[in-house]
Design a protein around this ligand. Sequence first.
Ligand SMILES: CC(C)(COP(=O)(O)OP(=O)(O)OC[C@H]1O[C@@H](n2cnc3c(N)ncnc32)[C@H](O)[C@@H]1OP(=O)(O)O)[C@@H](O)C(=O)NCCC(=O)NCCS
Length: 187
Amino acid sequence: MPDAGRRDAAYSITLTDGTATRTREAAPVDLVPVQEMHRRCSPVTRALRYHAGKSGLTAAEWRHLSSPERGTTLVTTPAGRTDHIIAMTNVMHTDQQGVGELAILVEDAWQTNGLGTALAEHAATVARRVGHHALAATVAAGNMPMLHVLEKLDATPVESTGPVLDLVIVLQSDPSQPSRCGEMPVH
Ligand SMILES: CC(C)(COP(=O)(O)OP(=O)(O)OC[C@H]1O[C@@H](n2cnc3c(N)ncnc32)[C@H](O)[C@@H]1OP(=O)(O)O)[C@@H](O)C(=O)NCCC(=O)NCCS
């Protein structure tokens, strides 16, 4: 059953340019702003996220991603425009007990401001909270920004299939991490 309190909680991230953002759990009603964000993204950004030429998300795909039974999807907005989604982070369940699957999409105009790094760190906290001991990520071998983000979380490659790398982040239990809301400046 969805935890309404958790869904309302927002996590604050301040970007390197000083912009304040809010990250919260996604809900089915976020479909339209999530689709709009996908439309604003470049084809390259979408291809790096989905490993396929994809113009956007369908309603069925969003139902899957925003279903708490399937995992946790977070959406990020500027603090002053909470209906304008600029990033999506997924920590989805896998068929391996205790292993979540991480994926992040930051809209082109909001990239290289520290958001991807802060969202990956927050995703690790979320994954620990739901009981995962590891996060897996599948990344194009040439996707240097995402590889750089994952390197900061000590991700290690476990398999390389052609142009794609499978990496794993082992999650140490860390009670000092914020469990629900917090402030993470990324300067
Ligand atoms: C990967 C992604 C999430 C990173 O988001 P972001 O907000 O730009 O990330 P950050 O600003 O925190 O950091 C990006 C890092 O990559 C580095 N980087 C950027 N371009 C780079 C390049 N060509 N080579 C090496 N490093 C690069 C940046 O310098 C930065 O590192 P730093 O903080 O040490 O300077 C974002 O680029 C994105 O959404 N890409 C498309 C979708 C995708 O690839 N998703 C991952 C697949 S799951």
